[in-house]
Design a binder for this molecule. Structure first.
Ligand code: HEC
Ligand code: HEC
Length: 337
């Protein structure tokens, strides 16, 4: 009898995961959705209480483009523009570049300085509650949302949690997988001579980019001090220190994800560089030897910079441009409904 109870319990739980009761008490069948990343990407960890479903992904997408989510007309896609890889050309408050949305499903550290951590659900909770300060009364008075959340999440009252879960569903599907470089990794495209030379610089000790901008995500998602500053004049330059107050974290930032990097107008946490040429020149000759500089930056042979020739710098940039994914920035399943 006990065992029967357990089995019944399990059946109900499994059932509840993708089927929720609707207004009239009937079960609405949600359509499970299989997210298919490139085969060479690491496994994606999806919380068991937020399994992907077509309907919830669509709901998250609606919210992403809906000014009603904020109290001042802002909406996510206003700053995170698809045609630019979900970033924008303006600096946010003239202080920092807007971070792109790409392959967020694999992140555990978020923001330039790593100030947010956890699952995509956690991060979206922060976005709707603390960043947007979404007015739950307002949302609960929108009949369409009220009924959709009731049908999909089984709630009478929408809270930050359901908003966050729906947004996490959508943002988890935002995977860039059709750049020239992705196709190259799959053996479906070949690089030009310059791109190939650039790739070698990136992935060997010569340029040594790959220790932090790791394959295939192009970021290890960890904090590093790359020697951008020796004095931390601006508060923002202190980076992860502002989160931990530990001196060892001074000037540390999360390794930037380089997918679609060529579409950006400002680079680094304060947008100090305005072109890939400037970024590459920084790595070539601009590094400051601060005490907590990442040891990768001063490995033998590059204590005084990379010493790349003009042609090598050009080739490295040509390779960085192969991270641009034109399919991603025009994929209508990420655009406004
Ligand atoms: C007014 C412009 C603006 C709007 C609107 C906006 N963001 Fe952002 N977003 C930013 C900026 C700037 C950052 C970088 C902040 C930082 O690093 O401290 C960012 C960072 C993020 C990140 C972290 C990405 C990463 O690489 O770690 C996520 C996720 C995100 N935003 C989601 C959203 C969502 C969801 C919405 C809608 C609820 C939204 N944003 C609305 C400007 C905006
Ligand atoms: C020790 C780790 C490390 C190494 C090695 C490294 N990077 Fe970075 N990279 C970072 C970090 C951390 C950031 C973000 C810095 C910030 O936020 O100010 C970054 C940012 C960037 C950006 C700016 C991206 C953006 O969106 O603003 C580019 C481009 C870049 N790196 C390219 C390279 C290239 C090319 C190399 C090799 C020559 C390289 N990196 C080597 C850690 C590293």
């Amino acid at each position: 009898m006990k065992r029967f109870g357990l089995i019944l319990f399990l059946i109900v739980v499994c059932f509840a995961a993708c089927k929720k009761s609707s207004d009239n008490g009937n079960l609405i069948k949600l359509t499970p959705y299989k997210i298919v990343p490139p085969a060479f990407y690491p496994d994606m960890v999806i919380p068991s209480d937020n399994e992907p479903c077509v309907e919830k992904i669509k709901l998250g997408r609606m919210l992403y483009y809906d000014p009603q989510l904020s109290n001042d007309g802002r909406y996510c896609a206003q700053c995170h523009l698809q045609q630019l890889g979900f970033t924008q050309t303006d600096m946010y408050l003239n202080v920092m570049p807007v971070l792109p949305h790409v392959n967020l499903a694999w992140y555990t550290n978020y923001m330039w300085d790593g100030s947010q951590k956890g699952s995509l659900e956690d991060l979206m909770f922060f976005e709707v509650k603390d960043f947007f300060k979404a007015d739950l009364n307002k949302i609960n008075n929108i009949p369409q949302y009220k009924s959709l959340f009731k049908s999909y999440f089984g709630v009478d009252k929408i809270t930050y949690k359901e908003l966050a879960y729906a947004m996490a569903q959508f943002t988890r599907t935002m995977i860039s997988k059709n750049s020239k470089y992705d196709k190259y990794l799959l053996g479906e495209a070949s690089l030009t001579n310059d791109e190939e030379e650039g790739r070698k610089i990136f992935f060997t000790e010569k340029g040594d980019c790959f220790h932090c901008h790791t394959n295939p995500m192009l970021s290890d998602n960890l904090m590093h001090n790359t020697g951008l500053d020796s004095l931390y004049n601006k508060e923002a330059d202190k980076g992860h220190y502002n989160v931990t107050k530990n001196n060892l974290d001074l000037g540390k930032f999360r390794t930037a994800n380089l997918h679609n990097v060529a579409l950006r107008s400002y680079f680094m946490h304060d947008g100090r560089y305005k072109s890939l040429e400037e970024v590459v020149e920084f790595y070539n000759s601009g590094m400051r030897k601060v005490s907590n500089l990442d040891p990768i930056m001063t490995k033998p042979g590059k204590v005084n910079g990379l010493k790349l020739s003009d042609q090598e710098k050009y080739q490295l940039i040509q390779f960085l441009k192969t991270f641009t994914d034109n399919t991603y920035i025009s994929d209508t399943s990420f655009s406004a409904l």
